[in-house]
Design a protein around this ligand. Structure first.
Ligand code: FES
Length: 182
């Protein structure tokens, strides 16, 4: 795991302290340097991506507070952005997140059937993660690949023209990948 957690006991509760390591901090500085002095707020989206990648694939309140502190923003400004975009996870997710588009063109091409099939196959509802922690299913709005409907995002890649057979193959591929990387 490439994130640093330090724990302190306060009033019998565990407090999680989130902090970028040196490499992540270098990347943070590179992202902020893309924008003019005093306009560090413009780096919020890529910095949230960096934070999500760095701290276990999701954005806890502690992580969003840390981002706010780094960018000298009010925490609410970070919460507003993080809760607006479906690409940010606000609770822990599985190793592989299926973000299936459910907007009109994908729906007309059968995304509802694909979503139902994934739910049945993985035995989860949208927004849930499998008990083994491998898969999360999310339904999202248009991902800009309507010509390849029905489609989903998996990590940084799009999986297009989905069929039940393709879903089976993708699940098997993820399981193999997880086994190989254990
Ligand atoms: S409607 Fe699904 S990608 Fe646009």
């Amino acid at each position: 795991m490439i994130f640093h957690l330090a724990f302190s006991i306060q009033n019998l509760k565990l407090k999680v302290v989130v902090k970028f390591n040196e490499q992540q901090l270098t990347e943070f500085n590179r992202l902020v340097a893309r924008y003019p002095q005093g306009k560090q707020k413009s780096a919020l989206l890529p910095v949230l991506h960096l934070a999500q990648e760095s701290f276990g694939g999701w954005l806890s309140n502690e992580t969003m507070d840390y981002v706010a502190e780094l960018l000298q923003l009010n925490p609410i400004e970070v919460y507003e952005v993080a809760t607006f975009y479906s690409m940010y996870n606000l609770k822990p997710v599985g190793k592989y997140t299926f973000e299936v588009c459910q907007t009109g063109p994908c729906m007309l091409r059968g995304s509802n059937d694909i979503i139902a099939y994934i739910k049945e196959k993985l035995n989860i509802k949208a927004g849930e993660t499998t008990a083994d922690g491998l898969f999360t299913l999310k339904t999202v709005e248009c991902l800009g690949a309507c010509g390849y409907a029905p489609m989903m995002q998996l990590g940084k890649n799009y999986r297009e023209h989905l069929t039940k057979e393709k879903v089976d193959a993708i699940i098997a591929e993820c399981q193999q990948h997880a086994t190989a990387n254990n």
